[in-house]
Design a protein around this ligand. Structure first.
Ligand code: CIR
Length: 261
C-alpha cells in the first residue's frame, strides 16, 4: 500500500458532458447550465487534472445519461480494484453498468455492489484507513452495509454518517486536504464524524466551496470563494482554482467529475 492512497494518483477517468447535461438532475428549479460554457469548464478541469500529474482516460459523451459527466457517482476506484455502484437516482441507475467495461480495462478486479442497496460515490470519502459513507437521499443502509463489507477486504474501516437532510451528497460538504485533514462545512463537522481528524471549517457563507479534491500536490477549489482560498493558502495548501459555475447549476462539484486511482 502506498503511504497516501487517498490522494496520490497516477490515473483518472472522466466523461465528457453531453448536450443533454442541461437536463441534469437538480435540487429545486434552478436555471439550466449553458452547454458551451459547461464544455469549456470541463476542458479546464481536464487540463488541471493532467497538470496535477494524472494520465487520463477520457470517455465520450453519453446523451442517454444526462448526469454521466459526474462519473464519480457510478464507481469507486481503489488501488487494486474497482467497485461498480448502484446510484440512487432512477435516471442514473444505468450509468454504473455502462461504465463497467471501462473499469475492466483498468482493473483486474471489478466488484459489483452486492444486494439491492443504493449508493452514490459522492457519498464516500476515503482517507488512508477510513471510508466515511454518508446516508443520503441516494445512499441507503443496505448500500452502506454492502460497501463497508467490501472495503474491509481492502483495509478500510467504514464510518456511517447521517448526512444532514438538505445536503445532496456527503462530499457536497467536505473534501480531503491531506491524510489527516478535512475541509468541511460547520454543519457537517457538527455531526462529530471527523473526530479522529483535523478539520478546517469552510468559511461561513462559502459552503459551496467545501467540495474540494486533493490530487497529488494540489488541491482543486472552486473559484469565487475568496475566504476559502485565503484560508487554505494560509494553511499551506497549493491551490488550483476552477470555475465550475455550470456543473454547480445541477449540483455538480469538483470531485464528481473524475474517478481517480
Ligand atoms: C445529480 O443530482 O446526481 C447530479 N446532477 C449531480 C451529481 C453530483 N455528484 C456528486 O457530487 N458526487
Amino acid at each position: 500500500m502506498s503511504k497516501n492512497r487517498c490522494f496520490q494518483f497516477s490515473r483518472a477517468i472522466t466523461r465528457s458532458p453531453a448536450p443533454t447535461v442541461v437536463d441534469g438532475l437538480r435540487d429545486g428549479d434552478g436555471s439550466d447550465p449553458d452547454f458551451t460554457t459547461f464544455q469549456t469548464q470541463h476542458k479546464a478541469y481536464i487540463a488541471a487534472l493532467e497538470k496535477a500529474g494524472v494520465k487520463l482516460t477520457r470517455l465520450p459523451q453519453t446523451a442517454k445519461f444526462p448526469d454521466s459527466v459526474f462519473i464519480e457517482d457510478a464507481a469507486i476506484c481503489l488501488q487494486d480494484a474497482a467497485i461498480v455502484l448502484r446510484p440512487g437516482a432512477p435516471s442514473r441507475f444505468g450509468e454504473a453498468e455502462f461504465l463497467r467495461p471501462v473499469l475492466e480495462q483498468h482493473f483486474s478486479k471489478v466488484i459489483d455492489l452486492p444486494g439491492d442497496g443504493t449508493l452514490d460515490g459522492g457519498d464516500v470519502l476515503l482517507t488512508n484507513h477510513h471510508a466515511f459513507i454518508g446516508l443520503s437521499e441516494r445512499t441507503n443502509q443496505a448500500g452502506f452495509d454492502a460497501l463497508a463489507s467490501i472495503l474491509l477486504q481492502f483495509d478500510y474501516q467504514s464510518i456511517k454518517v447521517e448526512t444532514p437532510s438538505d445536503i445532496l451528497h456527503f462530499k457536497t460538504d467536505c473534501g480531503l486536504l491531506d491524510e489527516g485533514t478535512i475541509f468541511a462545512t460547520k454543519k457537517l463537522a457538527a455531526t462529530g464524524c471527523f473526530s479522529d481528524y483535523r478539520v478546517i471549517e469552510v468559511p461561513e457563507g462559502e459552503e459551496a466551496a467545501a467540495n474540494i479534491v486533493r490530487i497529488n500536490d494540489v488541491v482543486f477549489l472552486s473559484s469565487n470563494y475568496p475566504n476559502s482560498k485565503k484560508l487554505l493558502q494560509k494553511s499551506g495548501y497549493n491551490l488550483v482554482t476552477l470555475d465550475i459555475s455550470e456543473p454547480a447549476k445541477i449540483d455538480g462539484g469538483l470531485s464528481c467529475m473524475s474517478l481517480r486511482f
